[in-house]
Ligand binder design. Structure first.
Ligand code: BTN
Length: 235
């Protein structure tokens, strides 16, 4: 069934992701979006804090795809491609927008947006997105640095939900090939040196491909092919 959004808006919360989890406990339906102007305790992947000053987009939304846990790897790419397309539609230099596996959105090589995907084993997928519009930590960039006009968080949020609905509706009817192709257009090119931190271990090699589950396929220096399903990538 096609996704329909219903948004609950807040001024300042600890974390939109936490509020969404509470709503899931009380039986929230697919398409619920929790959005806040500011977060006091936003968090990202690998347990890191997500700095959440006013002016950026902070939201979490609920999906209930009828899919196996394994397909959540595909969904991670679906959301990454949607976010990257939304950003491309807003900046002056869309060619500078890229994806770092699985779904960090970069502009000019600097992180502009991050995605946190959590599941609860009961078919709920809770997706949190932080999109930097006016401010970003040192290693990142705000979207407005790449636009000749001031883009508001509201405009970016609307564009984001529109793109996610488009891409997600395409994916749930069984079309992952187009999503994968779109990711490969925006993501690492074959042969790009990458390192992946998996727990305490780091694996290095070159990017080779994405497999059908959304996993990253690496070629190690001795020519071995390794499939990576989770980890933090450094390019
Ligand atoms: C990442 O580590 O790259 C993912 C960052 C996700 C941050 C967003 S902001 C909205 C939502 N609420 C949170 O506490 N985290 C996510």
């Amino acid at each position: 069934m096609a996704i329909h959004w219903h948004t609950e808006r807040h001024d300042c919360v600890k974390s939109t992701q936490d509020i969404l989890k509470q709503r899931v406990q009380s039986g929230a339906s697919e398409g619920l979006v929790i959005r806040a102007d500011e977060q006091s305790g936003g968090y990202g992947r690998h347990g890191r804090a997500w700095v959440s000053a006013p002016g950026n987009v902070y939201c979490s939304f609920l999906l209930k795809p009828d899919c196996k846990i394994r397909d959540v790897g595909q969904l991670a790419l679906v959301i990454g491609v949607s976010l990257a397309q939304a950003v491309r539609g807003l900046v002056q230099t869309p060619d500078q927008v890229s994806l770092k596996w699985p779904n960090d959105v970069l502009i000019g090589g600097k992180k502009c947006a991050g995605i946190l995907i959590e599941t609860d084993g009961a078919g709920h997928v809770m997706i949190g997105i932080g999109l930097n519009i006016v401010a970003a930590p040192d290693i990142g960039t705000p979207l407005n640095a790449y636009s000749d006009r001031e883009i508001s968080a509201d405009e970016a949020f609307d564009k984001l939900l529109e793109q996610i609905a488009l891409c997600y509706n395409q994916w749930i009817v069984g079309d992952f090939d187009d999503v994968r192709a779109a990711w490969l257009e925006l993501g690492h090119k074959e042969g790009t040196p990458v390192s992946v931190k998996i727990g305490e271990r780091t694996m290095s090699g070159t990017f080779y491909d994405l497999d059908i589950t959304g996993a990253m396929v690496l070629r190690t220096p001795d020519g071995e092919i390794k499939t990576i399903t989770a980890g933090e990538v450094f390019v």
